[in-house]
Design a protein around this ligand. Sequence first.
Ligand code: GAR
Length: 196
Amino acid sequence: QKKVAILISGGGSNMVTLVDSMTGNHPARPCLVLSNNADAGGLTKAADRGIATAVVDHRPFGKDREAFEAELVKPILASGADIVCLAGFMRVLTAGFVSQFEGRMLNIHPSLLPKYKGLHTHARALEAGDARHGCTVHEVTPLLDDGPVLGQAEVPVLPGDTPDVLAARVLEQEHRLYPAVLERYAAGDRTPVLLA
Ligand code: GAR
C-alpha cells in the first residue's frame, strides 16, 4: 500500500474526499495532512478522521521560499509518504522542492488546463464567455499548473453564473475527480480519467 501525504491551506474538502476514499481495497492510505496555515479548517477534519496532522507556517520565512520548503519537507519525509497530493495548497513551490517528489506529486486545479493557470479561474472563464469549464488533476512539475494531465472533469457554464456559483459546480466535480485519479495513480496507472 502506498502512503499519501495531503497538503492543504484551507477548508480541505478535497482532502476529505481523498481521505474518505482510501479504504478497503484502495491501493493507498493517508499518512499525513500538512498545512501552511494553522487555521486551515481541514486540519480538524483530518484529526477527526484519525490522520496525523502538521503545520508549517510560511509567514515567518517571508520571501525565502527555500527556507520555508526546507521545513515543509521534514514532516513529509518523516511520514514516509510515497505520493504527495496538493489539495487547495495555495503556496507556489520551487523547482528544488518539486524535484524531490518528481513523478509522485499531484495537484488539483480549478480549470480545464492549459486554460487559466494561476488564480481567479472561475471569474476568468466567465469573462471569456466559455461554455464549458471544469477541473484538472495533473502531475506537478516545476512550472506552475503545468505537467501531465491525469484527469479532467467538465461542467457547463450556465446563464446567470457568478464566480461563486460556478466554483461550487466545479468543486462537486473535483470531489469525484481527485479520488478517481488517485486510485488509478496509486495502482501505477497514469491513463487520464475523463469525467463528463
Ligand atoms: C479547490 O477548488 C482547488 O481546486 C483550489 O482550491 C480549492 C480548495 O478547496 N486550488 C487552487 O486554486 C490551487 N491553485 P478545498 O480546500 O475545499 O479542497
